[in-house]
Write a protein that binds this ligand. Structure first.
Ligand SMILES: *Cc1c(COP(=O)(O)O)cnc(C)c1O
Length: 349
């Protein structure tokens, strides 16, 4: 256990702490569906479905999400994809040229990109050989200017989830923020960390509608955290960061959980058969277990196999340049038909 109690005010950038958020017309007055006449935001009055500014706090969407995830709307911040949510975290908590963050490669590339954009030092602590966090080494690399540790679980591109004990140790012993990126949680049999935001004031969980929910095109990312953390992010978020069409489509989709569940179960079935077939292909050396909608496999020569598949019209991701991922390929699980075609071609190589 760390000695000093967790204090969010000591983590947030000084300029952000004193900031008053921009108050938009739609912040000051929100339609309750009655017959008010809106002459406050210089909008075009002729109705076309999107002539009004969207709700800056996305109340309808948050109300449903809160109920489904058993949190309150005050524990939720929505963004233009989880990439925006992650960027807001950098801008709220990391002072350029002063603070640092820790990532655990091989992992999602955006943490590093966002660190670079925001001029924040990125410290990399490699995962172990079996793709697990090296807790000792992570804690050793953290200092008083380490604001955020990024844990991606299930991890991209390795597909595994991190052991509960490791995550808990980091949450308890690190005095900054711990972001658990759960972009793939809906494909995992492991429980989400969402329920734990009540227990750990430094825990932030991010999810997205881009993967299991099938809405990568509308850009909707979700951040769950304590009310204190969400309040700070609300101070700096652009007022209309989630557009009206996105709010409508997202709401429609999250209210149709049966459809989502049915697609996820098909993807999981395909993931199983793809993994089995891959492990029987002569040039495949290893197939890693996956809690996500992709399978990582080690092959004899990743560049060669990648190019061969490309020529046959199949695009996968070559991860060979990533640390610990030499000669690995990442296969996203497609439809049964797409996988059938992939398998046929793999067998013919
Ligand atoms: C795909 C992915 C995301 C999704 O980002 P969006 O901006 O919400 O589309 C986030 N994190 C990881 C690890 C991913 O692989």
């Amino acid at each position: 256990m760390s000695t000093t109690p967790f204090n969010i005010k000591q983590l947030v950038r000084k300029n952000v702490l004193g900031l008053q958020p921009y108050s938009s017309a739609r912040d000051e007055y929100v339609s309750d569906g009655s017959t008010m006449i809106f002459l406050d935001a210089n909008e075009n009055p002729f109705e076309n479905g999107v002539n009004r500014y969207p709700d800056p706090q996305q109340r309808s969407l948050k109300a449903v999400l809160a109920e489904q995830k058993e949190v309150t709307p005050k524990n939720i911040l929505l963004g233009n994809g989880s990439d925006e949510v992650l960027d807001l975290l950098f801008r709220a908590f990391c002072e350029p040229k002063v603070d640092n963050i820790i990532t655990l490669p091989p992992t999602y590339g955006m943490y590093k990109v966002l660190a670079n954009i925001n001029n924040i030092e990125e410290r990399e602590v490699l995962l172990t050989e079996n793709f697990e966090p090296n807790v000792q080494e992570i804690l050793k690399n953290a200092d008083t200017n380490t604001k955020i540790i990024f844990l991606c679980s299930p991890n991209n591109p390795t597909g595994n989830s991190f052991p509960e004990e490791s995550v808990i140790r980091i949450l308890k012993e690190f005095n900054g923020l711990v972001v658990i990126d759960e972009a793939y949680i809906d494909f995992s049999s492991k429980e989400s960390w969402l329920k734990k935001i009540k227990d750990y004031p430094n825990l932030i969980v991010t999810q997205t509608l881009s993967k299991a929910y099938g809405l990568a095109g509308i850009r909707l990312g979700v951040c769950y955290a304590s009310e204190e953390v969400i309040d700070i992010l609300n101070k700096i978020k652009p007022p209309y960061n989630v557009n009206e069409l996105t709010q409508q489509r997202a709401l429609e989709r999250i209210l149709n959980q049966d459809q989502v569940a049915s697609e996820v179960s098909k993807i999981l079935k395909e993931r199983g058969s793809l993994a089995t077939v891959l492990s029987n292909i002569s040039f495949v050396k290893e197939v890693y277990d996956s809690d996500a909608n992709f399978v990582l496999a080690k092959v004899d020569d990743a560049n060669k196999r990648y190019t061969q598949l490309l020529k046959m019209g199949i695009v996968i991701r070559n991860r060979t340049t990533q640390p610990l991922c030499e000669n690995t390929l990442r296969f996203t699980v497609g439809t049964a038909k797409e996988n059938e075609k992939l398998i046929k071609i793999l067998k013919s190589l």
